[in-house]
Design a protein around this ligand. Structure first.
Ligand code: UDP
Length: 409
């Protein structure tokens, strides 16, 4: 369900809403087109699903489309993703050729006329070659991943596209590098009114737990994530095993695939094997848009885990904190900004560290609740959709000379 901006007033206050409306009034009718690689699965799709309707509601003609790609393309872009994150990968000329071939195909198909183009992540980056067909348009490359220490040859290839944009947008300063184009900082957000995050009554939570065979009367920890090695689901199982030696505990690993992630099935099989048929470990393959179920699984948990080895922002962390749950997360990427050690949860560096923190919070549920309350306020102040909307409105104003002068005093 889509909401008007006024629906957020009780959550973020009147000043914030009035400021957003004032900024939006300067941009009434402008066309903002977003392009990424998938409509479902993963944080980028999650954000666009909520951002685009609310922008429309504010009078911006916001649209969203995905590029076309076959399995070969997504195999290549997944390898690129891992290599940009700094993982050692063999990146070959054949991979660049496949990427170029799909870029050409998508350029041929691309006809969408807009004033602002926001191109998300490396997969569609080559669309910048279309800019010459749309004079006066503004193009921003929105990079959701950490490219601070990428595979050099791959980065050189990608930079050929990136340097042509008017601006880039990064999630955290440390994810970026010198680019020769203006850089903006915009952190992702969650929508507090979405099914994924809205308040749920205890009956709904209980019925979801029962549906998945989780005992609502015994504690459990959960990690909701694509089945991806960088999310370290096996490490979560190992940590659970250590805690389980001395404590009653259940583990719920819930995830689905993203259409642009071909590794999911193989990782899921590894995770199932690692669980070894333990009846207290539930490995759930969720279909897309299982939002209420994910909401309930996160809310009912003693704590939310996100033991990533590499991470972009980590929206599942934001989701857990907003639900008043303490979060134990790998000390990487955006998790470090959200999990303030000892305040909203714990950042961890190892399986043993993760196990120790789980055990500590299991024995101190009041401390966990207090951390959860801190987490909710952190998210209210920094990571809700309204702040994200404001950032995009300001970005568009900033990118447009004439609008910018309108604001100068
Ligand atoms: N998610 C989902 N279903 C799943 C797994 C994940 O809806 O099976 C959602 C999750 O709730 C979160 C997003 O996908 O909103 C994942 O974002 P995050 O930044 O944590 O990770 P990414 O997948 O982008 O690396």
């Amino acid at each position: 369900m889509d909401y008007t901006i006024d629906a957020y007033r009780p959550i973020v206050g009147t000043n914030e809403i009035e400021e957003i409306k004032m900024l939006a009034s300067k941009l009434e009718g402008v066309r903002m087109h977003n392009v990424n690689a998938t409509f479902e699965g993963g944080g980028v799709a999650e954000i666009l699903t909520r951002l685009v309707p609310l922008l429309k509601n504010l009078g911006i003609r916001a649209t969203w489309d995905v590029i076309k790609g076959g399995d070969d393309f997504f195999q290549v872009t997944k390898a690129f993703h891992n290599a940009l994150h700094g993982k050692h990968m063999d990146i070959t000329q054949a991979m660049f050729d496949i990427f170029d071939r799909y870029t050409e195909l998508n350029l041929d198909l691309f006809e969408h006329e807009a004033d602002y183009y926001i191109i998300h992540d490396p997969q569609p980056a080559g669309l910048i070659n279309k800019r010459k067909d749309f004079p006066n348009s503004h193009w921003a490359w929105r990079c959701h991943i950490d490219v601070s220490a990428p595979h050099t040859k791959l980065w050189d290839f990608l930079y050929g596209f990136v340097k042509q944009y008017d601006a880039s947008i990064f999630t955290m300063p440390e994810f970026s590098k010198k680019l020769g184009i203006p850089q903006f900082l915009i952190t992702p957000s969650i929508d507090p009114l979405a099914d994924k995050n809205k308040d749920l009554d205890s009956r709904t939570i209980k019925s979801v737990l029962e549906k998945y065979g989780v005992d609502p009367d015994r504690p459990y920890v959960t990690q909701v994530s694509r089945f991806d090695r960088l999310k370290d689901p096996i490490g979560v199982i190992e940590a659970y095993r250590l805690v389980k030696k001395r404590n009653d505990l259940q583990l719920v690993l819930a995830g689905g695939g993203a259409t642009d992630d071909p590794e999911g099935a193989a990782v899921l099989a590894e995770v199932q094997e690692a669980a070894g048929g333990d009846p207290d470990v539930k490995i759930l393959e969720l279909p897309p848009f299982s939002d209420i179920d994910i909401n309930a699984l996160q809310r009912g948990a003693a704590m939310v885990i996100q033991k990533s080895l590499k991470e972009g922002f980590g929206m599942t962390v934001t989701e857990g904190l907003w639900k008043g749950r303490p979060v134990i997360g790998g000390a990487v990427g955006g998790i470090k900004a959200q999990v303030i050690n000892g305040v909203t949860g714990y950042t961890v560096y190892s399986v043993e560290g993760c196990a120790k923190r789980i055990e500590h919070l299991l024995h101190n549920p009041d401390l966990g609740d207090a951390m959860g309350r801190n987490g909710r306020e952190l998210v209210r102040g920094r990571y809700l959709l309204t702040r994200h909307i404001k950032n995009y409105l300001l970005l568009m104003i900033e990118m447009n000379e004439s609008l910018r002068s309108d604001f100068s005093v």
